[in-house]
Each structure stands twice: as C-alpha cells, then as structure tokens.
Write a protein that binds this ligand. Sequence first.
Ligand code: PLP
Length: 411
Amino acid sequence: REEEMTMKTYCKSAKLDNVCYDIRGPVLEEADKMIARGEKILKLNIGNPAPFHFNAPQEIINDMIYNLHDSEGYSDSRGIFSARKAIMQYCQLKGIKNVDINDIYTGNGVSELIVMCMQGLLNNGDEILVPAPDYPLWTASITLAGGNAVHYQCDEQSEWYPDINDIKKKITDKTKGIVIINPNNPTGALYPESVLKEIAEVARQNELILFADEIYDRLVMDGLKHTSIAALAPDIFCITLNGLSKSHRVAGFRSGWMVLSGPKEQVRGYIEGINMLSSMRLCSNVPSQQIIQTALGGYQSADELLLPGGRIYEQREYIYNALNDIPGISAVKPKAAFYIFPKIDTERFHITDDEKFVLDLLREKKILLVHGRGFNWMEPDHFRIVYLPNIDDLQLAMSKFRNFLQGYQQS
Ligand code: PLP
C-alpha cells in the first residue's frame, strides 16, 4: 500500500525557468561549501563595500538611530516627505527638470524598484533593450515579468560605451524601453554627454522609455562629471534609479529610490501600474528612508575615497596596472564604481567555459570572481573583479592569479 502512495512534489515556478542571477549562483555556492570546510576565500565577487572596511559616515548612522522611534509605522507608499524632498532637490542639482514630489518612489534598494518597473510594464513577449554586459538583475527582472531582454553590445574598443548602431538594429515593434547603466557595472564605464544624447535620440525617434540605473553616480574618478540622461532628455519619459548602498556604504540598509521625469501623457496607464505595485508592498523600510535627507544634503562622503590617495582610487590604479601586466589579460581602465571587467585570451588558455575558469581559480587559489556570462556577456572571454579589498589583499590575489594562469590550460 505504502509503495502505491505518491508524494506531492513542488518545483520552482515555471516563471523562473529562464531567470538567471549568477552573481549569487553556482560559483558562490561552491565558495560557501569551501568556507564551511574552514577554507579562507578572498572574495572579489560582490559589490558590498562594508565588509571591506568602507564604513558608513557616522552622521548617517546617528541619523538613523535618532529617527528610529519615528520610524515604527508604515509610511506613505512612495516614501516619507523629507526623503522625497531631498531626492527632488538632488534632481534639481543634476538638472532633471519638473520632478514633483509624487514622481519619486523610495524602495528597498534599487533592486526592488527594478523588479517593480518591469512587473508594471511588460506583457509576455515585450522587449527591453539591455546592455551586454549588464548588471544581471535587469535581465532577470525582465524575464520574470514575461518580457524578453534584448542585449545591445557595449564596445570594449570604445571605453565600453554602448554601440548605438547595435541599439538601433535591435529595435522591433515590441520594444518598450532602453536600459542604460551609467556608471556601469561591471565595466566601470562612465558615458559622456555625446553618447547619452545619441541614446536619447534613438529613444525619441522610436518613442521608447528610458531606464537609467545611476546607483554609482557619486563614485566617479579622474575629475569627470556624471550626467543624468534624464537631464538631457526632458521630452522623453525616463525612470532614473539611484540609492545609498554604494555611495554611503549602507548596502544592508536597503535604501533606494526612483524618479519619473518627462511627459506623462503616453505612460499614464504604466504609472497606475507602478502605483499599484508600490502600494502592494506598503512602503520601503522607513529607517532607511530617514537617512536620505542627510545623505544627500551636502556631505558627499565618498569624495575622499575617489581622489588620488583615496582608497578606491589607489585600488583602481593598482588593479588596472596589475591586470594589464599579466600576459594574456587586458583591461580597460574603469572611470567609476569599483569594478573592472578584464578580457582573457581564450586561445592562449584554451578557454571555452568561463564559469569553469572561475571555478578552477576558486578551487586552486581560493579567489572568487564572477564569470562574464554572469553579466550576459555571451563570449567566455571576460570576468569581473570587485576591487574593494585593500591593496595588500589585491596584491596577494594578483600574484596568485598570475601564478594560476602560468600553468592553466582548460581541457
Ligand atoms: N544597480 C546596479 C548597477 C548595481 O550594481 C546594484 C548592486 O550591485 C544595484 C542596482 C542594486 O542596488 P541596491 O543595493 O540599491 O538594491
């Protein structure tokens, strides 16, 4: 009798079938197993500043503690007034015009808002243009919402800027929007105004929505200036996303926001969808909203890390030079954020599987990177390094990496 009884089994939803988020995928699982066995892994895989002793400004922590008792209840689903007012003023500083307090939504990190933007817009088969390489949450969220992420190339030969002709070629009658990640994760590229204007023109001609992920806009080096595409395109409906995870080293607080700008006529229905989703999650974490005003109010605390002598700047100099000194590796110099996306000579090392390459390095040298295909880069010839560890650790990692490559041939 017992053998005849069938047990119910539960699989993941079919909605998740093609959803990939490899930054926290199989390679990390292997690393976690090694850690559980007591092995020490040097993690160059996740852009989380705090564990590398990039502490949040004390002012921010004080502010959160001070306001904790006023943060016990739910807030307005878009967010508290002081946070949205500060974001509104930040938009003014960045030249994003006509942003009203109700055009601003706070979120549990930019992550929640990316998912919300895609859930609110896409029907099955709708297309969104996304960069390759990308921050893979964009592709994953589009797929989860039933859409198709169509990847446009960013060109390593041109500082990893988006290839405008490729964007144009990939537009179809199903395309609803273009995502740009500027400054970029994983390449560290910062787009000049000329490139942004060209992208805006493509959106204008084809009546597309622009999604601008600008979470690294306050982490720019070399005296360069970040420009928001929304500031260059007041006539286009843009959603600009930003947050405090990186600039204020509070990734764990989950503090993000998005701003709707440009004409609303054609997108009224979409905004209703966003409002509904925003209400359904009630509100974002209120203590994290409380710090936004202080964070954006004048003291731009990352600046000293980004100038010569500052940690991020010096670590960038080190990693860029060290990688380019290794035979078979080349890398474009990042201008912003804290990532570098080097190219590896696949012929020289007979590499056909970049995930295996990263796993081999992990097992042999206990260094954890993410393979390029984790960022929807289709060739097995890139990987991403997070250069947040201090120079001593980066030096150790690079000497082990050089040593690993000396004998490496993928079978
Ligand atoms: N967008 C990009 C480009 C990122 O790199 C990240 C995190 O690494 C996020 C969004 C998510 O950030 P948050 O911590 O605000 O959810």
